[in-house]
Design a protein. Structure first.
Ligand code: GLU
Length: 487
């Protein structure tokens, strides 16, 4: 049997980074065994639908470098892959269950259900349930209601006093008493299926063999199993995956701590390869020290038995930053340059640029080592592109006194002026600067930091002589003069 996995997102907002992790696992598992990965859009909850969300979902999955074998845009043998285009299939299946006695029409009004809920809540019932009033309507009563066009839903008939059991590949054997399961609505009065009906019907019809999904869906699984049993279908293999949480927190990811949607991470300047590498480890590990994984390596090593048997895994934002820095350093400067340009275009980022590509590349190559996200680029390189604001206090602090600072700046000014523009190169600058220090008995730290602050306005820059060289003689003379005159 061909392995078939699926990701079934609901277009209710931006695609969550946790969804991307789940998608990645489904994708890798299918690829590993030469199977098929299906993307299905679960858009049956019309109230929570967000305009344009499907397109953005599709785009962001591609932006992360992932794809699907069957689904929207690409089609496949089980099309359509968008649930709102499959309504008649769900209705037909719901009616089949009514026929076989596994489901029933419910004509209860909204008001009645509300009152029921309130009464239960008053009694302190935590999860309120339908009282099965319509479960035993006679054929005549049903026909009568239908002929009067009374609005209805179709509910699953759950037999009390039974146990639903299954073995989750990750979590092991799991049982739920049916007494805890509501007579779930399967088909709503607007003709749309609920998630429970649609997911089971589609997973079956689309021949899905493995369902890897977040553990938040575990409470739904017994309802799904009852449906599989009612239809007389075989169950897929279930593997519930841990959810993501902030470091030190007990719950899920929080917007307060940073990005949570897949697209936000891209707009923060993370590289897709780094993000995927980071996501691989959120719920799985190879059991070795290896931390850097390409997608191809992950596909090769991924296995269900190494999925963490826990509810929550830590989403370590510092780790992500570290991995991103690693991927940035691993690029050639030219590749990084192209990625920065593409990033700037996509996210309307006003990338620092001199108009001279060779100069921009030189600046980038000096910065690459320290760059952790694409978004940081401007901040790290601003002093190359714009006038600097030198803080007098910070300037003076480097040597300890105004007089000494002035002396250092004056000496360097003379020395810089004496270098011919054609000879302005980092080796010569290095050599002459050291000679200057020796001749005037200056300590490298105080002298070089003074010059660094004067030309860049900051104390952290790439190597000083590279900075002097790339900024060029005129710019350096001007900046050192401005600093000198400020004192
Ligand atoms: N539509 C559900 C979601 O939004 C799918 C859950 C599942 O994988 O069964 O995630």
């Amino acid at each position: 049997m061909v392995t078939r996995t699926r990701m079934a997102p609901s277009p209710t907002g931006e695609f969550h980074i946790g969804g991307m992790r789940t998608l990645l696992y489904n994708y890798a598992f299918a690829k590993k065994i030469g199977g098929t990965f299906v993307l299905r859009i679960e858009d049956t909850d019309r109230e929570r639908l967000v305009e344009g969300a499907v397109d953005r979902l599709i785009d962001v999955i591609k932006d992360y470098g992932l794809s699907w074998d069957e689904g929207p845009k690409v089609g496949g043998a089980f099309a359509p892959y968008v649930q709102s285009q499959r309504l008649s299939i769900y209705k037909e299946h719901a009616l089949k269950l009514v026929e076989t006695g596994h489901a029933y029409y419910c004509f209860c009004s909204k008001e009645r259900l509300e009152t029921l809920k309130e009464e239960e809540q008053k009694k302190g019932v935590a999860s309120t349930r339908y009282d099965k009033k319509c479960a035993n309507l006679s054929k005549e009563e049903v026909a009568d209601n239908l002929s009067k066009n009374t609005p209805y839903v179709i509910r699953l008939k759950v037999n009390p006093g039974e146990i639903v059991s299954f073995t989750d590949t990750t979590l092991g054997p799991i049982s739920f008493p049916t007494n805890d399961i509501d007579d779930q609505v399967l088909l709503k009065s607007d003709g749309f299926p609920t998630y429970h009906l649609a997911v089971v019907v589609d997973d079956h019809l689309m021949k899905i063999t493995h369902v890897l999904r977040g553990v938040e869906w575990l409470p739904s699984t017994p309802k799904h199993i009852l449906l599989y049993q009612a239809f007389g279908w075989d169950l897929p293999i279930y593997a519930h995956l841990p959810l993501l949480k902030e470091k030190g927190d007990t719950k899920k990811l929080s917007k307060r701590m940073g990005s949570v949607s897949a697209i936000e991470f891209l707009s923060e300047g993370y590289l897709p390869e780094a993000l995927l590498n980071f996501l691989m480890f959120l719920g799985w590990n190879p059991g070795t020290e290896k931390e850097i994984y390409s997608l191809a390596e992950f596909i090769q090593d991924f296995s269900l038995d190494r999925i963490h048997k826990t509810d929550l895994v830590v989403f370590d934002r510092d780790k992500l930053l570290w991995i991103n820095g690693h991927y940035i350093r691993a690029l050639s400067t030219k590749e990084l340059f192209l990625k920065l340009k593409a990033y700037a275009l996509t996210f309307s980022y006003d990338l620092n640029s001199s108009g001279d590509e060779a100069k921009d590349l030189a600046i980038l190559s000096l910065t690459q080592e320290r760059l952790k996200t694409l978004k940081e680029y401007n901040q790290l390189t601003d002093f190359f592109y714009h006038e600097v604001n030198v803080d007098k206090e910070s300037l003076v602090k480097q040597s300890g006194s105004v007089d000494k600072t002035k002396a250092i700046l004056g000496l360097f000014l003379d020395m810089f002026e004496g270098i011919d523009e054609s000879g302005w190169h980092k080796d010569l600058l290095d050599q002459q600067s050291h000679k200057l220090l020796e001749d005037n008995d200056l300590k490298p730290k105080e002298a070089f930091m003074t010059i660094r602050v004067a030309v860049s306005g900051t104390t952290t820059t790439p190597p000083l002589f590279d900075v002097l060289y790339v900024l060029g003689k005129n710019q350096i003379l001007r900046r050192v003069k401005v600093a000198y005159e400020m004192l």
